[in-house]
Design a protein around this ligand. Structure first.
Ligand SMILES: *Cc1c(COP(=O)(O)O)cnc(C)c1O
Length: 351
């Protein structure tokens, strides 16, 4: 296996021709892309080429059986124009975990890390400076083998593409509806992976919640008694001065942001209880005014404060706090990600 990357550069960068202030999230990609094919039982030579369309056979298995998984990470530019990535090994481990569960080959660490670092150093100018600006990185793997026989493919493609972002959620109200019917994940299922299909299955219930005036759904377990995730994020509840979040299991995704926020909260002296959080407990707390905050965590938006919670026919608005944990913890995390505070945890890596 060779991990040397074959590189073909763009003739002319499109960076100068793009009005970054007016692009929607995920619509513009940086100059280059990274890919590596898996066939004949092994990973082939990795390549970086100009960003371009792919050619796939219409019978490629990804289209029929959904063998696909992805990751989401970000690159940050600090005040000295150095570029940083945040806990990239966690993303590498997780794409291998997802690949395994979907009967796809694991991506070798050297291919993932060399691909990531080489691509970022080539497209460094796409990491826009300034707090809140990032280059969103999307590694993904999918089955390319032609032929609609329903079995794991023998050919795959692993890729990394990058898209510049200013801010994912532009603020405003994020109200969530507690699900009492639909489920995102099942016991023994693929909820803990970043399988592409998990998102497809979420769109319809989310659209229905949107029609009722809610931006996201709080997913519950199969009996709809315990709160698990908010939309595509992990979720935290502040009851009194304690933070509660569900333990990750086979239905709940092991978010890098979640993990980092737990560590940071504990360092700040906040009591964090990682345990099952029941709907009854949260609704009771909302009724008695003890529910101070609910927030989602994920790479794309970092922390999203939730302004209201709906459950069956009732709605509970959350108080507006001057000293929200969500604001404080988001600030601490961004300080580390933008190299503005000492990273005592060894989380960041310079490109
Ligand atoms: C990606 C994802 C998250 C957040 O994970 P991060 O590593 O923090 O970005 C949470 N829940 C689901 C379902 C996800 O797919």
């Amino acid at each position: 296996m060779t991990t040397d990357i074959k590189i073909t550069k763009v003739e002319k960068s499109k960076f100068e021709s793009i009005d970054l202030d007016n692009v929607a999230f995920g619509t513009v990609y940086s100059d280059h892309m990274f890919f590596c094919d898996f066939k004949d039982g092994q990973w082939q030579q990795p390549e970086i080429t100009p960003y371009q369309s792919l050619q796939l056979d219409p019978s490629a298995r990804v289209f029929h059986y959904g063998q696909a998984a992805f990751e989401g990470m970000k690159a940050y530019k600090d005040k000295n124009d150095d570029v940083w990535v945040f806990r990239p090994e966690e993303n590498w481990k997780r794409i291998c975990f997802s690949a395994n569960r979907l009967a796809m080959p694991e991506v070798p660490k050297e291919i993932f890390m060399n691909g990531l670092k080489t691509l970022l150093s080539m497209d460094e100018k796409w990491v826009i400076p300034g707090r809140g600006n990032t280059l969103y990185i999307r590694p993904f793997i999918f089955a390319t083998q032609a032929g609609v026989s329903a079995a794991p493919a023998t050919e795959y493609k692993f890729m990394i593409i990058c898209t510049p972002v200013q801010a994912y959620y532009k603020g405003g109200d994020v109200k969530v509806k507690i699900s009492d019917h639909y489920s995102r994940a099942a016991n023994g299922g693929v909820g803990a992976t970043k399988a592409a299909g998990n998102y497809a299955a979420q769109f319809y219930p989310t659209k229905k919640a949107n029609e009722e005036g809610y931006q996201q759904i709080i997913w519950t377990n199969s009996t709809h008694e315990y709160l698990e995730e908010a939309g595509t994020m992990n979720v935290f509840f502040r009851i009194g001065d304690k933070l509660l979040t569900a333990p990750t299991d086979e239905r709940i995704l092991n978010g890098v942001t979640r993990k980092s926020i737990i560590t940071l909260a504990e360092r700040e002296g906040i009591t964090v209880e990682v345990r099952k959080v029941s709907v009854t407990e949260v609704i009771e707390a909302a009724k008695t005014g003890k529910l101070k905050e609910v927030f989602g965590t994920g790479t794309a938006a970092v922390i999203v404060p939730i302004t209201g919670v709906g459950y069956k026919k009732d709605h509970y608005d959350l108080p507006k706090l001057d000293s929200a944990y969500s604001t404080m913890l988001k600030g601490k995390l961004l300080d580390i990600q933008y190299n503005e505070a000492e990273d005592t945890f060894g989380w960041t890596q310079k490109i």
